[in-house]
Design a protein around this ligand. Structure first.
Ligand SMILES: [Zn+2]
Length: 89
């Protein structure tokens, strides 16, 4: 699938002579950091909605029986797609 860089498409919108308002500023992603701690708390397995646990470069579903899918993380972006997930061995 297209693993392009949506995260790299952030272009500062500065008009000539205009003022840049910082009210809607989003925190810049830190490429060198692993997934933010708070991020895992809001992520859930799309298949069973169980919390996810980070292991290495992957996110493991903690749903237990019947699920346990493992989702890849590409360029620091969790790919929470059932089609992209793999089942545990
Ligand atoms: Zn699951």
């Amino acid at each position: 699938m297209g693993a392009g860089g949506p995260a790299a498409s952030v272009v500062p919108l500065v008009r000539p002579g205009g003022t840049l308002t910082a009210t809607a500023a989003t925190p810049a992603p830190e490429d060198t950091m692993p997934l933010e701690a708070g991020l895992l708390e809001i992520l859930a397995c799309p298949a069973c909605h169980a919390p996810l646990r980070e292991e290495g470069d992957e996110l493991h579903c903690t749903g237990g029986s019947g699920c346990g899918l493992i989702y890849p993380v590409r360029d620091g972006i969790p790919v929470l797609l059932v089609d992209e997930a793999r089942r545990p061995a």
